[in-house]
Design a protein around this ligand. Structure first.
Ligand code: C2G
Length: 152
């Protein structure tokens, strides 16, 4: 059995994540996904919206995912690859070259990242109207009300 592994935060799970996992699964027969814990993300300087226990629940229910483990450190990859008898380690291309040293243990692949979608973009689009926008709205309202007064 050809086993694949990948690592990630998978916050606000989206089609960029899904397409990566599907393409990785197509490289073999079994896909293990290591999901970053909240503590590990804090060390990455990454703040997530969805907490670890929910992110790992979502990923474990993705059809092409066969197993999930926790990722709680940068250096667990070698041990995971050996203990899980992994043939291929894969990541999206934003990680190109960063894990080449793992090719001592298994094949290392980087697949093209899906453009136009990211957890960061989704968070930005959900961002409430901030102070600057409110002041601009107030200024526009003042102009509108002075125009209306002149019409009276
Ligand atoms: N990804 C993608 N296309 C996107 C967004 C993400 O292909 N539009 C891929 C990334 O390249 C990564 C995986 O989806 O391989 C998970 O992305 P993140 O959740 O952002 O993972 P990250 O925080 O980069 O953590 O030890 C490795 C780290 O845990 C990776």
């Amino acid at each position: 059995m050809k086993k694949i592994i990948t690592y990630g935060t998978f916050d606000l799970f989206h089609t960029g994540h899904l397409k990566l996992l599907q393409r990785l699964k197509n490289l073999g027969d079994h896909l293990t996904v290591a999901v970053s814990t909240d503590e590990f993300n804090a060390s990455k300087g990454k703040k997530t919206i969805i907490k670890f226990e929910d992110r790992i629940k979502i990923v474990s229910n993705i059809k092409c995912v066969d197993a999930v483990i926790a990722e709680d450190s940068w250096d667990q990859k070698e041990a995971d690859i050996i203990s899980n008898n992994i043939s291929v380690f894969g990541m999206g291309s934003d990680w190109e070259g960063k894990f080449d040293d793992l090719n001592k243990y298994c094949k290392v692949v980087y697949l093209p990242r899906t453009e136009g979608i990211s957890s960061t973009e989704i968070k930005k689009s959900l961002h409430p109207i901030d102070k600057v926008n409110i002041n601009e709205l107030k200024r526009a309202l003042d102009i509108m009300s002075s125009i209306v007064e002149q019409l009276d």
